[in-house]
Design a protein around this ligand. Structure first.
Ligand code: NAP
Length: 548
């Protein structure tokens, strides 16, 4: 259902003055909706803005064929309200985008948030006025807002890579990025379709559309470790069973390493080779991300353990593929399991056995440009296609904020600063940008390594508490000190560098974008440990933050 678009009611008041608010929330996805709800409950005058034409964030934009959860539905949840949790019933373990989007609408409607959201409205600039201690926020629809707090819930994977291939405009058919999939869909039946990219998105697209299209050509650069998904549907008894676990999940999710219900419980060194194999087999058979996030923690830290686990997964993948060429192109050999985001799939590998599917390796023979009839590679060969699907990813972590002209004290530009060095304080604030508070920004688990709802709830709650603290004490400004920020960056680096994740080029490291500073985007000390650190700062009265 398409909801009527709410007017952009933050437009200048009749006297031409900007609308005055206490807080602007950027984004109306998982984080933005809950942030808006909390700040409204605290009595703030607050408005959320979102570029999309409906609420839901990632679940509004990513409507490409095959998009679905790979966190179990009953943990990808808001846990602050038992009734919100229990009054919605999921149809299966990993529901598809349509169902998730309906759930986000249910959340927005149940919490009566829509009147406070300006949709189809992009925040284009936000400038901090040091004398007044306030932000001036402008949008592409002519809104000007004068606000005390600017809260970014703009998403960590919401800025699609738009630096496409030369010649794109010459191609005769549609070129669609998966994160900008049109509501009306794209006609794929009976057509020759190209998919560029085999990350979590490309994999979902490929396995879903192969039997719909006339011919599918997949351009793959880096092979991915994949795990098969088991996705049972839920009847009343399964739904009742997970709802009965509400209190338990509320206790456990925030404490685990990645905000999932499971955690690492085995120690590699204490197991015999036989036991290790049995445990790996058991977590593999779960049909979830358990092998990655609840197998052996040493997989993330110890190269020899990682190699054994990697070989376990490679063996499984090779066993499903018929010929050596496919094995060469699809089974990773030169990096370790879990060092890039692990996608779940459903018959993805077998898709390449279909007669109408061609896999083109572009690691050594890259795509050079689009031509009217299709895609040209470095060797001059041209692949004729009718539609090109770009599953090429995002400017992760930073892109949502750097696409805004965001200026802090002394006119400093976040785009310029993060262009050299990506820095935050606990992923929640940035030195030089008073009263800017961020959920899902770099250097927190929510930037990548977390079940998003778990980490975004924790962050938005911390932000609400900080704003509540200011208002309760009569203060009006919060900003991390340069020293506190440096200490967090140092801690972040030390934690990240202990992990194997940093040895592999991936979007986690900003490596998918030429020139982007290399830094692990996600804090890797664990969601539970991070939550406790944040709580300690709040309980101690925000040491490391200038509060005035
Ligand atoms: P991604 O992981 O960054 O994958 C992008 C793909 O495009 C990679 O295969 C990349 O190859 C390829 N690519 C980029 N530029 C290319 C070029 N010039 N030539 C050839 N190939 C090129 O992006 P994504 O798949 O959209 O996933 C991003 C993240 O979104 C995931 O990691 C995950 O966190 C999230 N996600 C979650 C779900 C879910 O199930 N919940 C589903 C989809 C996405 P290289 O690897 O060689 O760079």
């Amino acid at each position: 259902m398409k909801h009527a678009q709410s007017p952009s009611t933050a437009a200048p008041a009749e006297d031409g003055q900007p609308v005055e608010l206490d807080a602007v929330v950027v984004g109306a996805g998982v984080a933005g909706l809950y942030q808006l709800h909390q700040l409204r409950r605290q009595g703030l005058r607050v408005r959320a803005f979102d570029s999309a034409d409906d609420v839901g964030g990632t679940w509004c934009w990513n409507r490409y064929p095959g998009a679905r959860f790979d966190s179990e539905a009953y943990i990808y949840q808001y846990l602050f309200s038992e009734s919100l949790y229990k009054d919605w019933s999921w149809s299966r373990r990993f529901p598809d985008q349509g169902e998730v989007e309906r759930w986000m609408h249910y959340v927005a409607d149940t919490l009566d948030l829509r009147p406070h959201i300006s949709l189809s409205t992009t925040v284009t600039s936000a400038h901090f006025d040091e004398d007044r201690g306030r932000w001036t926020v402008r949008t592409d629809r002519g809104d000007t807002v004068d606000t005390q707090f600017l809260v970014s819930c703009a998403g960590m994977l919401s800025a699609p890579l738009d630096d496409w291939f030369p010649g794109q405009e010459t191609f005769h058919g549609p070129v669609v990025h998966t994160a900008r999939w049109p509501r009306e869909g794209v006609e794929l039946r009976g057509r020759k379709v190209a998919v560029i990219g085999t990350g979590a998105t490309g994999i979902q697209v490929v396995q879903t559309i192969a039997d719909q299209v006339d011919r599918l050509t997949v351009f793959a650069r880096t092979p991915q470790y994949v795990l098969p998904m088991k996705n049972p549907s839920y009847g009343p008894s399964e739904v009742a069973a997970y709802k009965d676990r509400f209190e338990e999940l509320r206790g456990t999710l925030p404490e685990t390493f990645t905000g999932f219900e499971y955690d690492f419980t085995h120690t590699w060194a204490e197991c015999t080779p036989r036991q290790r194999r049995d445990i790996l087999e058991e977590v593999y058979q779960d049909g979830s991300l358990k092998l990655w996030l609840a197998g052996f923690g040493e997989t993330f830290f110890e190269a020899d353990v990682n190699e054994e686990v990697s070989e376990f997964v490679r063996e499984k993948m090779r066993g499903r593929l018929r010929d050596e060429r496919l094995i060469d192109l699809l089974v990773p050999g030169d990096y370790g399991f879990g060092e890039r985001r692990v996608p779940l799939e459903n018959g993805y590998l077998e898709t390449y056995h279909r007669d109408n599917v061609e896999l083109v390796g572009v690691a050594d023979n890259p795509i050079t440009r689009f031509v009217p009839e299709g895609i040209e590679l470095a060797d001059g060969s041209v692949h004729d296609v009718d539609v090109i699907i770009m599953a090429i990813g995002f400017d992760a972590g930073t892109g949502a904020l750097t696409r805004i002209d965001l200026r802090g004290r002394d006119g400093r530009s976040l785009r310029e600063e993060w262009g050299h060095d990506i820095r935050t304080t606990m992923g929640l604030a940035v030195h030089g940008y008073p009263n800017l508070l961020t959920a899902g920004a770099p250097l927190a688990p929510a930037a990548a390594l977390c079940n998003m709802t778990t980490c975004l709830q924790q962050q938005t709650e911390w932000i609400s508490d900080a704003i509540g603290h200011l208002r309760g004490t009569g203060a009006s400004l919060i900003e991390p000190t340069a020293e506190a920020e440096q200490a967090w960056v140092d801690h972040h680096e030390e934690t990240a560098n202990a992990m194997l994740l940093t040895r592999t080029a991936s979007w986690y490291m900003g490596a998918n974008i030429p020139g982007k500073p290399r830094r692990m985007l996600s804090y890797t000390g664990g969601a539970g440990a991070y939550r406790r650190k944040c709580a300690d700062v709040a309980a101690a009265g925000y040491p490391g933050f200038r509060i005035e």
